[in-house]
Design a protein around this ligand. Structure first.
Ligand code: COA
Length: 633
C-alpha cells in the first residue's frame, strides 16, 4: 500500500492515498451510451440502449453487481487491479514484442569501437544498480501529478516492481510474480544476452558491488565467451518472443531437463537483462531504431537476443542503437521513462567512474546459461523463429517528428495540449477513413492506491462534429463555426480526461461489472454479449501520451490487427509521434496516417491563426497576434 510522508516526499509512513472510487452505475451507463451512439448503426444503438436501460433499472442485474463491487472495494486495496491486470495483459495470448511490450528509444549513440560500446553498457549497469539501491531503500522521491489537477501525490508501487517481477507464460493465462523479499536476500545478478547466448553476471563479489571498471571487464569476458563458436548454444530467447500459449508449451518441454530448469531459475530471478546487440547494418533513423527496439530485427538480427518475460531489458547495440524494452504488466510507461531518463543522465552527465587499477578486483568469470535441446525443442525454436519473422515483416512503423509547433503554442491558445493532440489524431483518422472508431487513450489513475490506468474514449461526439466540419467538401462551415466545434471537442476531451484521472471513467467499471458477475457464477449480462460492447472494446486507435524530459521517445505496436498504435511525446516546440500498424491489413498505412496527421495539425493551427487574426482585426495589425508559420514535414 503506498504510504507517503509529505515533508520529505519519500515513500514512508504517513498519509495513505485514497482507494480507486467506484462510479455510480447510472453515470457509467449514460456515458457508455454517449460514447458509442455515433460509432454504431442507429438500429444497433437502439438495441444497446434498451439493453443498458434494462441492466441499469431499479432492482436490475446492474444494481446487484454494483453492490458486489462496492463490497469488493471495501475489502481490497484496489477493486479493479486484478481484473484489469488479467484482462489487459495476463489473459492476452499474443506475443509480447510489438503487441504488448512498449520500448524506449535512446538517441543514436556514436561508439568508436566495441570497447566504447561496452563502456557505455558498463556505465548503464552501474546506473541501474544505483537506481535499484534507491528503490531498495524506498528512497525514491514521490511523484506528484502534473498537467490537469496538478500537485496531488501519486502512487509509487509500480516502481517497486521494476527489478523483481517476472511474467511466467501460461497455457491459458500468464502469471506475474513479484518477489517482495527483503532487499538483503534479493538475487544480485543480471543476465547478459550476447549473440543469442545468455550469461550470468553477478554484480556482487565478496559482499561488495562491482564498480564500473569491474563490470566492463566482466562484459569483455562475456563478449569473448560469446564468440567461441564451439560453445554456442541454440537461440533459446526466441521462444519468449512467441505467442504466450506457444511459449508456455515450449517452456513445459524445456523444464523436463534439470539443466534447463537451473538456467530458467537463474533467468527468472535476475534483476534485469542487458542485451548486447550485433550491428544491424541499417541506417539508424528514428523509425529504424524504433522497430529494432520493438522486435530486434527478427531471427537474422537480434530477435533472439532477448528474454521478453523479464520486466526490464536494456539494449546496447554495437552500432549505437540503444534503448529499453519492458514487459508492460508490472508497470506503465511512466516508470520506464523515469528510469530511462535517470540512466541517460547518469551515463552522459556524471564524470567517468572508472576505478583506479589498484582497487580493481578480479571477480570470477561470468557463467553461460546452459540449455539441453532435443529435436522436439529444436523444432519449437524454428517455429517460434518463423512466427517472429512474420511479426517483424508485418510491422509498419512511421515516426513523425512534427517540428512546426509544440505544446507551448497550444497552451498560448488556452487549450490543453493533450486534448488538442487527441482531436488532431481524430481528424487524421477521419481523413483516412471517413469515420471515427473506438479510441483508447491511457489515463493514469495513480492518484489512488495501486492505481494503474483507465481509458479516455477520445472519439467523442464533439470530436466527430469537429472533424466533419473540417472535412466537409462543400465548404459550408465558416471559420467561427469550425472554431466553436474545435473548442467543444477540446472541452469534451478535457472533461473526459479529468473524469478519467479522478477514477470516473467507464472502462474499468464495465470490466468490473462483467468480471464480478463471472466470479459469482452469474449468467453473462446481456450488455456484455451485445455487439456494441465488443466493438467498443476493439481499439482501432490506441493512443498514449508518454512525455520525456530527456531526448528519447517511447513507442508500441497496434493492439488489434486492423488498428493503429499512436504514441506521442509533446515537447515545448515539437511533438514526436510514433505510428504503427500492420502491413497485412490493407486498410491501414502508417505513412498515410502520418501524412494526414501532419496535415491535421497544420490545418488546426491555421484555423486558430485565422480566428485569432479575425478576433484582433479591429486593433492595430502587426501585433504578433498570429501564430508562427512554418511548413510541416
Ligand atoms: N490552457 C493553457 N495551458 C493548459 C491548458 C489550457 N486550457 N490545459 C492544460 N494546460 C497545461 C497544463 O497546465 C500542463 O502544464 P505543464 O506542462 O506546466 O504541466 C500542460 O498544459 C499539459 O497538460 P495537458 O496537455 O492538459 O495534459 P496532461 O499533462 O494533464 O496529460 C494525460 C493528460 C491524460 C496524458 C495524463 O493525465 C496522463 O494520464 N498521463 C499518463 C498517460 C500514461 O499512462 N501513459 C503511459 C501509458 S503506458
Amino acid at each position: 500500500m503506498p504510504i507517503m510522508e509529505k515533508e520529505t516526499g519519500r515513500a514512508t509512513v504517513g498519509q495513505a492515498l485514497p482507494k480507486v472510487p467506484l462510479p455510480p452505475l447510472k453515470q457509467t451507463l449514460d456515458t457508455y451510451l454517449k460514447c458509442v451512439q455515433h460509432l454504431v448503426k442507429e438500429e444497433q444503438f437502439k438495441k444497446t440502449k434498451a439493453i443498458a436501460e434494462k441492466f441499469g433499472a431499479p432492482g436490475g442485474v446492474g444494481e446487484v453487481l454494483q453492490k458486489k463491487l462496492l463490497e469488493r472495494r471495501d475489502k481490497t486495496t484496489n477493486w479493479i487491479y486484478d481484473y484489469w491486470l488479467e484482462d489487459m495483459y495476463l489473459n492476452n495470448r499474443l506475443a509480447l514484442p510489438v503487441n504488448s511490450s512498449p520500448v524506449m528509444v535512446f538517441p543514436k549513440q556514436t561508439f568508436r569501437d566495441q570497447k566504447d560500446a561496452l563502456r557505455f553498457a558498463a556505465r548503464l549497469v552501474r546506473g541501474v544498480l544505483d537506481y535499484k539501491a534507491l528503490i531498495d531503500a524506498r528512497a525514491l522521491p514521490v511523484d506528484f501529478a502534473r498537467g490537469q489537477l496538478a500537485g496531488t501525490p501519486l502512487c509509487m508501487e509500480q516502481y517497486y516492481r521494476i527489478f523483481n517481477s517476472y511474467r511466467y507464460p501460461g497455457l491459458k493465462t500468464d502469471t506475474l510474480k513479484v518477489q517482495m523479499k527483503a532487499a538483503s536476500s534479493a538475487p544480485e545478478h543480471i543476465i547478459v544476452a550476447c549473440k543469442n547466448q545468455f550469461f550470468v553476471l553477478d554484480v556482487v563479489a565478496n559482499s561488495k558491488q562491482l564498480n564500473e571498471t569491474e563490470i566492463l571487464s566482466q562484459l569483455e569476458k562475456i563478449m569473448k565467451m560469446s564468440e567461441n563458436a564451439e560453445e554456442r548454444l541454440p537461440p533459446l530467447g526466441v521462444l519468449t518472443s512467441d505467442g504466450r500459449t506457444e511459449w508456455a508449451q515450449a517452456r513445459d518441454a524445456l523444464t523436463k531437463d534439470q539443466t534447463n530448469r537451473d538456467s530458467l531459475a537463474l533467468m527468472e530471478s535476475c534483476m534485469c537483462v542487458l542485451c548486447l546487440d550485433e550491428p544491424c547494418g541499417l541506417e539508424a533513423r528514428d523509425t529504424t531504431r524504433a522497430v529494432l527496439m520493438l522486435h530486434g530485427g527478427g531471427r537474422e538480427k537480434n530477435g533472439a537476443n532477448r528474454w521478453y518475460d523479464k520486466s526490464m531489458q536494456f539494449v546496447v547495440g554495437m552500432d549505437g542503437v540503444c534503448g529499453v524494452v519492458c514487459d508492460h504488466s508490472p508497470f506503465e510507461g511512466i516508470v520506464m521513462v523515469q528510469l530511462s531518463e535517470y540512466l541517460m543522465k547518469y551515463i552522459t552527465g556524471s564524470p567517468c567512474k572508472m576505478a583506479r587499477a589498484s582497487s580493481i578486483r578480479d571477480p570470477p568469470p561470468p557463467k553461460r546459461l546452459l540449455w539441453k535441446c532435443n529435436p522436439h525443442i529444436q523444432g519449437l525454436l524454428a517455429a517460434s523463429g518463423d512466427r517472429l519473422q512474420r511479426l517483424v515483416d508485418n510491422l509498419d512503423m512511421d515516426v513523425l517528428n512534427f517540428n512546426v509547433y509544440g505544446k507551448d503554442l497550444i497552451k498560448k491558445l488556452k487549450m490543453s495540449p493533450d486534448a488538442f493532440i487527441q482531436v488532431a489524431l481524430q481528424l487524421a483518422f477521419y481523413k483516412c477513413n471517413k469515420r471515427l472508431v473506438s479510441t483508447y487513450e491511457s489515463a493514469s489513475i495513480r492518484r489512488f492506491q495501486d492505481g494503474r490506468v483507465d481509458n479516455i474514449r477520445s472519439a467523442t461526439p464533439e470530436a466527430l462534429a469537429f472533424v466533419m466540419s473540417m472535412t466537409d467538401e462543400r465548404g459550408t462551415f465558416t471559420d467561427s463555426e469550425q472554431m466553436k466545434r474545435l473548442r467543444d471537442a477540446i472541452n469534451a476531451q478535457t472533461n473526459y480526461t479529468i473524469a478519467a484521472i479522478t477514477g470516473m471513467a467507464i472502462d474499468n467499471h464495465l470490466l468490473g461489472l462483467l468480471r464480478i458477475a463471472k466470479e459469482f457464477n452469474m449468467e453473462k449480462p446481456e450488455i456484455f454479449s451485445d455487439e456494441t460492447y465488443s466493438s467498443s472494446n476493439q481499439f482501432i486507435l490506441s493512443t498514449s501520451q508518454v512525455t520525456t524530459t530527456v531526448e528519447m521517445f517511447c513507442c508500441y505496436g497496434p493492439v488489434v490487427p486492423n488498428g493503429y498504435g499512436a504514441c506521442y511525446n509533446p515537447q515545448s516546440d515539437h511533438i514526436i509521434f510514433c505510428v504503427s500498424s500492420f502491413w497485412e491489413n490493407t486498410g491501414t498505412s502508417s505513412a498515410v496516417f502520418v501524412k494526414a496527421l501532419n496535415e491535421s495539425l497544420l490545418e488546426i493551427r491555421d484555423l486558430c491563426n485565422r480566428s485569432s487574426a479575425a478576433a484582433t482585426k479591429p486593433a492595430a495589425s502587426g501585433q504578433g497576434a498570429s501564430l508562427p508559420y512554418k511548413s510541416g514535414k
